[in-house]
Design a binder for this molecule. Structure first.
Ligand code: ZN
Ligand code: FE
Length: 238
């Protein structure tokens, strides 16, 4: 039995991601609020809290979960003064362990200073916070287009089978924008119906594979940083 991965909807459109090993060890990524996670775990255990960046919609549940379960908190060393207190400050290239599961840290700035992503190769799964969304990418809140473009391309060496576990359910508006800027994309058009059905049913559109995103996400398809920057500006007012 491999690692189990489950999106937990929190706040209005965030996902916290719950990881459970076959032995029952658990980690939560980006707990933007505690309530839905407490409901899910109940009297179970929580070993680890992984933070991608300091924005409150990814961190505000941290202290309540630490207090209830004694979980160890991991987050980026860079910018850590704006994060909840970290038990383990991490940086690019670090590997942390949940039981026998190894979790690799990638530095991915551009949306937020110090933003990191977590890769679990054994699934494989990518916890990318607000860097990559299904059919979209994060806003340039504390970085440049070049930084976010480079961060998205840190994922280039990851396999097509990698599950993208992003921090928000933004797929509805991202799909509309993608169809607007790339109307002739056959793979995108083929995907639209399935995405619509999930949204109609109120079900998460995530995770999705990186392979599918590579063929349909306009921000991953952008050939150069100038095109990427123009798309990002257009999306901001779409
Ligand atoms: Zn954010
Ligand atoms: Fe966010």
């Amino acid at each position: 039995m491999p690692l189990d991965i489950k999106p937990i909807p929190v706040l209005s459109d965030n996902y916290a991601w719950l990881l459970t090993t076959p032995k029952g060890e658990r980690a939560i990524v980006d707990p933007g609020e505690a309530g839905p996670i407490l409901d899910e775990i109940g009297d179970g255990r929580l070993d680890m809290i992984l933070l991608t960046h300091h924005h409150a919609d990814h961190t505000a549940g941290t202290e309540a979960l630490r207090e209830r379960y004694g979980a160890q908190v991991y987050g980026p060393r860079q910018n850590q003064e704006r994060l909840p207190r970290l038990d383990h400050a991490v940086e690019d290239g670090d590997v942390v362990s949940l039981g026998n599961t190894q979790i690799q840290v990638l530095s991915t700035p551009g949306h937020a200073a110090g933003h990191v992503s977590y890769v679990v190769a054994e699934v494989p799964a990518l916890f990318c916070g607000d860097v990559l969304f299904s059919l979209g990418c994060g806003r340039l809140l504390e970085g440049t287009a070049q930084e976010l473009f480079d961060s998205l391309h840190r994922y280039d060496s990851l396999p097509d089978s990698m599950l993208v576990c992003a921090g928000h359910e933004y797929t509805r508006s991202n799909l509309a924008f993608a169809l607007h800027v790339d109307p002739e994309n056959v793979a995108l058009k083929a995907r639209a119906g399935g995405v619509e059905r999930l949204l109609e049913a109120g079900r998460p559109t995530l995770p999705v594979t990186l392979g599918v995103e590579r063929r349909t996400n306009p921000f991953l398809l952008a050939p150069d940083v100038a095109t990427f920057a123009r798309l990002r500006r257009e999306k901001d007012t779409f």
